[in-house]
Design a protein around this ligand. Sequence first.
Ligand code: GDP
Ligand code: MG
Length: 753
Amino acid sequence: MNLTAPATPEPGTRGRRGTRIALAGNPNTGKTSLFNRLTGSNARVGNYAGVTVEREIGVWKLGERQVEVMDVPGAYSLAARSAEEQVAIRSVFGLDPGEPRPALVVVVIDATQLVRNLYFAMQLIEAQVPVVLALNLIDVARAQGTAPAPQRVEDVLGVPVVAVSASTGEGLAALGKAVERVLTKPDAGRSGVAWRYPHALNKDVEKLAAMVEAWSPEEAKALGRWALLSVDVEDELVDIPGPVRKAVLDIRASADSAGRDIDAELIGTRYAWLDAQDFGIRGTAKLGLTERIDRWLLHPLWGGLTFLFTMGVLFQALFAWSDPAITLIETLFGWLGRTVHDSLPPGILADFLVDGVINGAGSVIVFLPQIMLLFFLLGFLEDSGYMARVAFLVDRLMKSLGLHGRAFVPMLSGYACAVPAIMATRTLERQRDRLLTMMVVPLMSCSARLPVYTLIISALYPPSAKILGLPAPGFMMVFMYVFSTGMALTAAAVLGRTLLKGPKVPLLLELPPYRMPRLATVVRQMWMRAKTFLTEAGTTILACTVVLWALLAFPRDPALSHDYAADRAAITSNESERLSGVTSSGSNESERLITVTSEEEALAAVDAAETAERLQASYGGQLGKLVEPLIAPLGFDWKIGVGLVGAFAAREVFVSTMGVVYGIGAEEDEQSQPLRERIRGEKRADGSPVYTPLVGLSLMVFFALSAQCMSTLAVVRRESRSWKWPLFLFTYMTTLAWVASFVVYQGGKLLGL
Ligand code: GDP
Ligand code: MG
């Protein structure tokens, strides 16, 4: 943010729909639930994949007034460490251009974690932002016997405090009154209460405050303290003006040499003050259900086993349960394609609609079952509170690879599709962790690679063959998954120690209490993510499929070696001659049927030959020829080159492109017998087979490692807000893929395979 910008608008600036207020606080305190209650809007609830990282705005009818309410992402403090915290700061101070500054902030506090949650409120109070504290989850706190007394909290902090429950609706009227009071008289939401920082720190803060000219003196001090914490903890907040950053680093250096610990002075002072207060909490929490469950679920052995079991079910679901829906979608689009094809005159329009648009839409929608299922199950685990335990359990393993514990879920999601997985990296606090995860997630074996593996394996590895005593097809499939996972983890270890080196930070994990997941929330969340996938990735995939179609369909009238129409005419006329002969001679019915079938076959063969030749002449075919020298050392010919070009739209497009290349119509899927057979029978000019198991392996390795996915690159570009990272991703993955395939193919040949 630009601290030296012209003064921000005065508090209480009106938004489009009236005065704006913000709901802010730690994650998981019920901000979104409260927001939904107040505005009646259907904003998304839940914190997992950064669903609230975008601000949500609704209208609260407050007596006579209409108040704009903004749901701010959860933040533990106003130090700008995570994306959420940065958004939170901007929202609370109204720093985004064109955004009104909130007239007040309702700090939503989890009443069961009062002291910890008040830290955030203290920072706002320091900044003289008018606040109202909502002690949410008061129902839970009471049930635990740890409910604070709102009046006590109000006396201590000097700002309005209301006990509420977003679940039951308790206290909402009182909250409305408190908000109206502060809206009318902002000073009612400010407090003169002060905690004493060490003298040396105050001097440092004053130095910084002087540099932050555009702010009122009070705020400048708060922002000075804020900058003091933010710059050191994570040096990534690009908006901190250079001079301020430099001043902070100087101050820290001299504090260090004087043996002072600035963090301890700042954070310690606040917590020491909080700890010394009496908030009227009587009684200590009984060992609740959550603690008792956690004894098992965080147990080194039982916890680990439960975790493995859960992940096993998740995987099984992803691959087995989604299958009927996928088949249904494929059937439906196949039918739609045929219907449109049959009801339009043949020509470019029909081709465009069927092969470009319908095919493209189908290849997007076919992802939905897995994506929805994945996010449904993850949402369920998350809403129940189990996901936080998973992060806790895998943190050690992940950290040894340089990854953050919370990167586990994005990595896991990568098995379904890299696009939502990359979106899920938003939960990570630091830019470095987000980038590292984004750079390795595309190496996980996403579901779009599955059809490619299936095609190659079923064509080249007969079930009767054995590898290490196991049936070859199953072995190869498992091998590909193990291989890609291993490569992803290795890449993380390497990138994390080189390009994306960063200090290891302890996992500050909130272990939320277990709660019964609510179906409505989970379904809503799943739907939001599916929608994001459709709009973010789906449109790219669709566009690419259309471009790809054009590449393969143009030029429309290439010079062909052969007059196929004449061939067809010859077959048809031969047949009618023969048929008339047959009829006159009164020959039997069965012979007639046989000839008709062979006529169809002959016609189909001509069609196939024509399609294949047209494809070879198309721009896509030419591109395949162009890349042939590059991929020949990997054992690939130009036809595979066309497939690779096609696969760049989306990997699974490889299968249908190969179908076209081999001239058997685009309606191919990995199960189709003829395509498999064509692949098996394909010969080079010297008569040797194009496809050997070695070429198959080389091809699968290439697919496992290459960045063959437009959508992934598009999402990385969006999430990293730069072209640098998608470019890097593409370059390093393609290089890796090429080298690995080269090693496999050339090494295999040396071994005589
Ligand atoms: P946010 O992260 O602050 O937006 O929190 P959410 O609104 O997503 O709520 C987190 C969880 O707390 C959800 O499972 C809510 O149903 C639950 N929750 C929120 N407010 C209350 C409350 O007052 N009482 C109870 N029992 N649960 C609540
Ligand atoms: Mg929320």
